[in-house]
Design a protein around this ligand. Structure first.
Ligand code: ADP
Length: 276
């Protein structure tokens, strides 16, 4: 079982991702695809006169500020063009893909953060109208019944709060929770960089391996912004029983096959003291 998260940042090659999914499913592999859509959402939100706003938590994580209008635009893009675009690409390759948002069938549920802290110009603010949360529960019966029937699930935020509200969640961490729930051996987190870079944006500075014990150090020392959340997702997946996480590149050809061959940053529990 493989869970593949493909990001929504600029440069991600969805045709190549879908070609690899078709190849693996053709070989009999059981897999679930989780996707993002941040770049297109930012463009559409700007065109609609509601440009994206980002907030930084006191611990240094950056996330999208999601008011009701932002959530609506987010749904248009993630559940609309991006999800259906991936389903169409897979259908064109003979794969019976089915697109679902986390709110469908209580696929992804968890607590909404009723109040969050953000740091702005050195001051800590409390924000209450933010529709975000995290995935704690995955409807694994639903996923397994789809997989057993031969469908390939294509999953996207938003998730559902315990009070029944749609809420934005981090796709990398939702993918990690999904991998744990499905007892997947491998989680791939594909984005528009070769992996975790020691000296971002120098692509020659790729860190090839990170031991689970080094994740926090790497997140603090080398990763900024969104890459920190990918490392947190990797840590959660490994803690939940996933054997290896590869943070890889979705820009070129065969992004999934290359990541499965170990191209990118491999995060695992094996002792590989490369950074020591
Ligand atoms: P996606 O939407 O594809 O999931 P994100 O934009 O969330 O991708 O995260 C990937 C981004 O993380 C990169 O485009 C890069 O800007 C940023 N980043 C920050 N620090 C690093 C680092 N050390 N190595 C690689 N990428 C990094």
């Amino acid at each position: 079982m493989i869970v593949i998260k493909v990001g929504g940042s600029e440069g991600v090659n969805l045709d190549a991702v879908c070609a690899d999914v078709a190849e693996l499913v053709g070989r009999g592999e059981r897999l679930v695809l989780v996707h993002g859509g941040s770049y297109l959402t930012n463009e559409v939100a700007t065109a609609l006169g509601h440009p994206p706003q980002f907030i930084t938590s006191p611990s240094g994580y950056t996330s999208r500020l999601t008011d009701r209008r932002t959530l609506e635009i987010f749904e248009m893009v993630y559940c609309g063009q991006v999800n259906k675009g991936i389903v169409e690409r897979l259908q064109a390759r003979g794969i019976n893909a089915i697109g679902l948002a986390g709110i469908d069938g209580k696929l992804w549920q968890g607590p909404r953060k009723e109040a969050i802290r953000a740091v702005e110009n050195g001051k800590t603010l409390v924000i209450r109208d933010n529709l975000t949360g995290k995935v704690e529960e995955v409807n694994v019966d639903l996923l397994n019944s789809l997989l057993d029937a031969g469908y390939v699930p294509v999953l996207t935020p938003p998730a559902l709060s315990y009070k029944g509200e749609a809420m934005n969640v981090d796709g990398d961490r939702a993918a990690a929770m999904t991998a744990n729930a499905l007892q997947a051996a491998t989680l791939l987190i594909l984005s528009n960089v070769p992996g975790v870079l020691r000296d971002f944006p120098d692509e020659a500075s790729l860190i090839r391996r990170i031991d689970v014990s080094e994740i926090e150090m790497v997140a603090q020392e080398y990763a900024q912004g969104r890459m920190r959340i990918k490392l947190l997702g990797a840590q959660e997946a490994l803690a939940g029983g996933v054997e290896q996480v590869v943070i890889g590149d979705a820009r070129g050809d065969n992004p999934i096959l290359r990541a499965l061959a170990g191209e990118g940053t491999i995060v695992s529990g094996q002792q590989v003291p490369e950074l020591a």
